[in-house]
Write a protein that binds this ligand. Structure first.
Ligand code: PLP
Length: 380
């Protein structure tokens, strides 16, 4: 039996192109700040990566700031907005903790924006809040992710951007899960800042990027040298960034193949629903790689463990960094309280094949039938 890795939304396996770029950069060495030949070669690798990453998200290379990952890219945007005078942050209720917790820690007032039952932001609620904006709260700031990490549901970012623009606000978009899975044009979307992460698209962990538009002023987060145009001091992770760039280029090349994977996901969803599962987020546009399913009475933790024994790796919808399962704030925000502890996330990607989804479906149905039979059996 093959091992099946359907947990790309946690971390995608490293792409061969990324591994090659990392090895070459490590072998070459050098500090991009050095003026000699080895230093210049290291800088060239890093700048190539910057343009590769920029192309993936429709951003000029000069507007791409490298960070240590998605978390830091989100933090750079939020902290910059607060430093610029935003005192009230509107954050969608389904944001990743990287956004929610950073916003809470920023000292500004944080208000959660509701989502509808289908998992998409309630745009009327956003318009209402912006309509009654008090100038004393500074510039309006909204954080809205492009696609949710648990359900894959794609958010109405362009529509939100229009509202923000009218209000003179700042729209920050966490595109960590969307990048490399759907086409992204950060400028056409109307994002003022947009964050992505290397390890979700087949690059190494510990690298990410924030792109910023003309209406976003970024602050300096790390003090010291003048790296990243003074925004983030410290000698750069050249090998990691080279791997990130190579992964971004490969992901852009493979976007059509990524879109085609929706067929496998949809077939798996239909088979699981026929066997008794409930699919979550299916009424809205979704990433092509993500499936969130629940089975009332079948705890997420137990589903994940049983699948793992069958060599199928997935996540509980709401696994936190310790691996513990808590009720999913995303499902709670969608009004799906009854499923909040019983949902799993299955996510494919560049290395996935049709048979991976088939094996997952078979293993899940076996596990579910056994669990249901045990629940029906009278206690001894
Ligand atoms: N934003 C979203 C939507 C995510 O799914 C994640 C990671 O799971 C992050 C941000 C954090 O990214 P990183 O792990 O690169 O810090």
């Amino acid at each position: 039996m093959n091992s099946v890795y359907l947990d790309h939304n946690a971390t995608a396996p490293i792409r061969p192109e990324a591994l090659d770029a990392i090895t070459a950069a490590l072998a070459a060495g050098g500090n991009p700040s050095s003026v000699h030949a080895v230093g210049r070669a290291a800088r060239a690798r890093m700048e190539l990566a910057r343009s590769q990453v920029g192309k993936l998200i429709g951003a000029p290379a000069s507007t791409v700031v490298f960070t240590s990952g998605g978390t830091e890219a989100n933090a750079l945007a939020i902290e910059s907005a607060v430093a610029g005078g935003s005192r009230r942050l509107l954050v969608s209720a389904i944001e990743h903790d990287a956004v929610l917790e950073t916003a809470k820690a920023s000292g500004a007032l944080v208000e959660l924006l509701p989502v509808r039952g289908d998992g998409r932001l309630d745009l009327e609620a956003l318009a209402d809040r912006l309509g009654g904006w008090d100038a004393a709260d500074g510039r309006p700031f909204v954080a809205l992710m492009l696609a949710n990490n648990e359900t894959g549901v794609i958010q109405p970012v362009a529509e939100a951007a229009v509202l923000l623009r009218e209000a003179g606000g700042w729209l920050h978009v966490d595109a960590v899960q969307a990048a490399g899975r759907i086409a992204i044009d950060s400028r056409a979307l109307g994002a003022d800042t947009l964050a992505i992460s290397s390890h979700k698209l087949g690059g190494p962990g510990g690298a990410g990027a924030l792109t910023f538009g003309p209406r976003a002023n970024l602050v300096r987060r790390l003090h010291g040298g003048g790296q990243e145009r003074g925004r983030r001091a410290g000698t750069e992770n050249v090998a990691g960034l080279a791997g990130f760039g190579a992964a971004a280029e490969a992901a852009l090349r493979d976007l059509d193949a990524a879109a085609a994977q929706a067929v496998w996901r949809d077939a798996a969803e239909a088979a699981l629903v026929a066997a008794g599962a409930v699919a979550i987020g299916g009424q809205a546009p979704r990433l092509p790689n993500t499936l969130c399913i629940a089975a009332p009475g079948f705890p997420a933790e137990l589903q994940v463990m049983t699948l793992d024994l069958a060599r199928v790796m997935v996540s509980a919808g709401s696994a936190c960094s310790s691996g513990k399962v808590k009720a999913s704030h995303v499902l709670l925000a969608m009004g799906l309280d009854q499923f909040a502890g019983a949902a799993i996330r299955v996510s494919g990607g560049w290395s996935t094949e049709a048979r991976d989804w088939n094996q997952m479906v078979e293993a899940w149905i076996t596990a579910y039938d056994r669990h249901a039979a045990r629940r029906r059996a009278p206690a001894a």
